[in-house]
Design a protein around this ligand. Sequence first.
Ligand code: ZN
Ligand code: ZN
Length: 137
Amino acid sequence: MPAPLTGSCLCGAIRYTVSTPVTELRACHCAHCQKTSGAGGSVNLPITSDSFKITHGTPKRYEVKADSGRTLFRFFCGDCGSPIYSQRETMPGMVTVRAGTLDNAGDMKITAHIWTKSARPWSYIDPAAKQIPGQPN
Ligand SMILES: [Zn+2]
Ligand SMILES: [Zn+2]
């Protein structure tokens, strides 16, 4: 998908752009992503922070110890509750943007599944994609 990409929360209070081309997505089946999505987990774009820009509004930040033991900041819309992105405390140079908030995903594909050991029975995992039982290094 050619850059820049745009995205938003459900109500539109938060808007953002992604200035790097993205084709590969990563699905996370961890228990936290299941709780925050209310579904089987999250589908994400792992990108550098400097290619991600909030262009409207200010997301709320929720701080939580991830299943990996590291502190994760989860950013979401305080009005409609949509999760927008997350960031590790120890890795401020990277953000993980929720792919479902993109306005257009073109021909993006899930190429890796992480935390497959906690995947819900209803979640589809493409056998051709990379599968990692826990947190990738
Ligand atoms: Zn919103
Ligand atoms: Zn997760």
